[in-house]
Design a protein around this ligand. Structure first.
Ligand SMILES: [Zn+2]
Length: 164
């Protein structure tokens, strides 16, 4: 079974270095216009909508989307969802379709010693009910992020147990 429910968006490759965030100069990931237009505040939408661009996943940088041309970059305050990977404080959304947070995964693991969230997301994905393209700020399937959150957590809990 595929690990991803969504096709990867393809931003226009444009000029060299266009994929570097203008604020922190980290490399961004391509994001389709569909995602950006679904999440950007309606009053900011230019005529004809936003083009495809890039997402900056640096948690310390407020810039969320930037574009190869002269379209101004969007910050995390310019979108209508709480962007989990940009937030310092809980809750951190990791699955935007079914609204699972990093904290839910922690809670489940501490209570049951496992996370059923990933399995439940897979189940929903196989039924085609996810819509990461228009809900997840990266435009990508959340399963990778869910698994990463779970791995971090298992490491954290194991380290705690070793200390006590
Ligand atoms: Zn940045």
């Amino acid at each position: 079974m595929s690990d991803s429910c969504c096709t990867l968006p393809n931003a226009d490759a444009g000029t060299a270095g266009a994929d570097r965030c203008p604020s922190c100069s980290r490399k961004g990931k391509p994001v389709g216009a569909e995602t950006i237009n679904a999440l950007a505040r309606p009053e900011l939408q230019p005529a004809g909508g936003f083009p495809a661009g890039y997402v900056c996943t640096n948690p310390d940088d407020p810039i969320l989307y930037f574009f190869p041309g002269d379209t101004p970059a969007l910050s995390q305050d310019d979108v209508t969802v709480r962007v989990g990977f940009k937030e310092a404080e809980a809750p951190h959304l990791v699955c935007y379709c079914f609204e699972h947070t990093r904290e839910d995964i922690q809670h489940e693991y501490r209570q049951h010693g496992e996370s059923l969230i990933e399995a439940s997301i897979r189940e929903q994905v196989s039924q085609g009910t996810c819509s990461c393209e228009v809900k997840n700020p990266t435009g990508r399937c959340c399963l990778g992020e869910v698994r990463a959150a779970y791995r971090d957590l298992v490491e954290l809990v194991t380290a705690e147990e070793l200390q006590s």
